[in-house]
Design a protein around this ligand. Structure first.
Ligand code: NDP
Length: 248
């Protein structure tokens, strides 16, 4: 998959130690970037990821904090400034779901999903953009979801957060385009990670049958699209949603 050269560039990948985020971090490392992979608190998964990437240990940093906590995000960037001279790439991948129909949804589940998926993307983008503007270069990519476009049952909180990421992306992409910063989204379909592994088997089967290519996607297939959007060659792709869904 490594056809891009990100040598000398630094990428922050939130939720970058598991699932889709781990595949994105891995792809950037293989393409020569320095990667800061953040996570919420699953230390064992982070250590296992680092062990798999031992060949790139000099270019991999791990950092645990809650992306939905604005002050923690600010503190993270203060630390970031001590380890990297510039920031070229931010991938807002960290995400959670707390599914329930609206009538039964706990307010705490609504708020937790919006806070992590949307407020987290805002806070990380805000602090990233402040650094990219002075460098007059940057790539910001949010990992959204078809749920935000179609609105799947039982996912009102998740769908709202994912549609919100697209709206955030569209405004921000206009604000910073003149500074040679692009902002885009990748919308993966049903990807084979722990995130959907917890779904009831009959629901998973129904999802699979609804995918024209009749299979789940692989995290590496999503990573490939992210690297394209993060490349210098993608300078004219701005304010777009790249769907990697098997034709969903
Ligand atoms: P996983 O559950 O496998 O991984 C989620 C990652 O996000 C973990 O690294 C986790 O950290 C981190 N994370 C969760 N909450 C926070 C938080 N508050 N602060 C910081 N980090 C956090 O998810 P996937 O890889 O499947 O999904 C990644 C993204 O892709 C999500 O945004 C999801 O919405 C989106 N997506 C996924 C699809 C799929 O089919 N899998 C389809 C469409 C979109 P830790 O390891 O510490 O728990």
């Amino acid at each position: 998959m490594t056809q891009y050269d990100f040598s000398g560039q630094t990428a922050i990948v939130t939720g970058g130690t598991r699932g889709i985020g781990a595949a994105i971090s891995e792809a950037f490392l293989a393409a020569g970037a320095t990667v800061v992979a953040t996570y919420a608190g699953n230390q064992a998964a982070a250590e296992a990821f680092a062990a798999r990437q031992a060949a790139h240990a000099g270019r991999l940093h791990l950092r645990a904090f809650d992306v939905g906590d604005y002050a923690a995000a600010e503190e993270f960037f203060r630390w970031f400034d001590t380890i990297a001279p510039r920031l070229e790439i931010l991938v807002n991948n960290a995400g959670i779901r707390r599914d329930s129909v609206v009538g039964m949804m706990a307010c705490a589940d609504w708020e937790a999903v919006l806070r992590t998926n949307l407020t987290g993307s805002f806070a990380m983008s805000k602090f990233a953009v402040m650094r990219m503007v002075s460098n007059r270069y940057g790539r910001i990519i949010h990992i959204t979801s078809p749920s935000g476009k179609f609105g799947f049952e039982g996912q009102a909180n998740y769908a709202a957060s994912k549609a919100g990421q697209v709206a955030l992306m569209r405004s921000l992409s206009k604000e910073v385009a003149r500074r040679k910063i692009t902002v885009n989204c990748v919308s993966p379909g049903f990807i084979d990670t722990e995130f959907i592994g917890a779904l009831p088997p009959e629901q998973l089967k129904a999802y699979q049958e609804s995918i024209p290519v009749r299979r789940l996607g692989q995290p590496a297939e999503v990573a490939h699209g992210v690297l394209f959007l993060a490349s210098r060659e993608a300078a004219y792709v701005n304010g777009a949603v790249l769907e990697i869904t098997g034709g969903l």
